[in-house]
Design a protein around this ligand. Sequence first.
Ligand code: SAM
Length: 323
Amino acid sequence: MKFGMVDKFGRRIDYLRVSVTDRCNLRCIYCKLDDFTLLEREEILTLEETAHIIKLASELGIRKVRITGGEPLIRKNIIHLIQMIGNISSINDIAITTNGTLLPEFAKELFTAGIKRVNISLDTLKRERFKEITKQDKLNNVLDGIKTVLRLGFEPVKINVVVIKGLNEDEILDFAELTKRKPLVVRFIEHMPIKEPHSYFSLGCIKEKLMTIGELTPVSTLKGNGPAFYMKYKNAKGAIGIIAPMSEGFCNDCNRLRLTADGRLFPCLMSEKFVDLKGPIRSGGTDREIKHLIKDAILLKPLSPIDSNGSRIIKKPMASIGG
Ligand code: SAM
């Protein structure tokens, strides 16, 4: 293995997703947050501990960090964490994934602190349906948040739409139309099963719908750090991405590790194996020891997370692992 950052299968690992809280101000039905026990306050890494882990990971080759959650913008002093990450010279890309409800309040500070790329999760453009999915009446806050980040010059602004069979597939074209008028990258994500298998609205069905309102051509310039592939309609201001964890999987190019709010480093979204960093940090582990543990997590990365039953199922809350 080369200097810690190439895994057993030759994949270069340079991307760390950091869940800063397992709390959320929404209760999305598919996230199933209420089925899991929330962390006690003292179990959660302090912002300084989180920044320290990111610094050590950067010394091993991590270059990109995405802040996620739970809802990252409800974590107290989140801007301070972003500033600390911004001071780590070898991290050259900091982004955030948020439900957008608090963006009207935080967007400017995020921008000033160095975040220019934002992913906003939004599964419906209908107020009543938003309430049904999230148990909160906050669609207008999210829409204001999107307007705010566009006005401030965040780029790209990506909208993540989890397509849920029987719930919002009828809005795929409304979201797609948005990309014709606005410089938004709308990404359709296949719904992943949490705890138990389910049937999902597949990549093939999503594409079929998209083709009914125009021809789509691939956009190679938009390839980000992740598993999406991108396309756009002729003369559209924005673009469309599809993320197909179920029908295609995205393991071959996986470049990431995931740090949970309680300091567990997961090698994979679906993996049950992890390396605990909080215990060793709080009991005085040296930087060298912690870096060794980060390398151990990389060695745990599976080639593909399909379990012995041949299925892909997430066994922990998305809010802890960060989606
Ligand atoms: N609160 C932030 C947000 O809403 O973006 C960050 C955390 S959220 C868990 C991250 C992403 O995971 C969201 O885009 C959400 O839609 C997605 N997600 C949650 N459960 C999912 C599931 N079962 N299948 C696919 N995506 C899921």
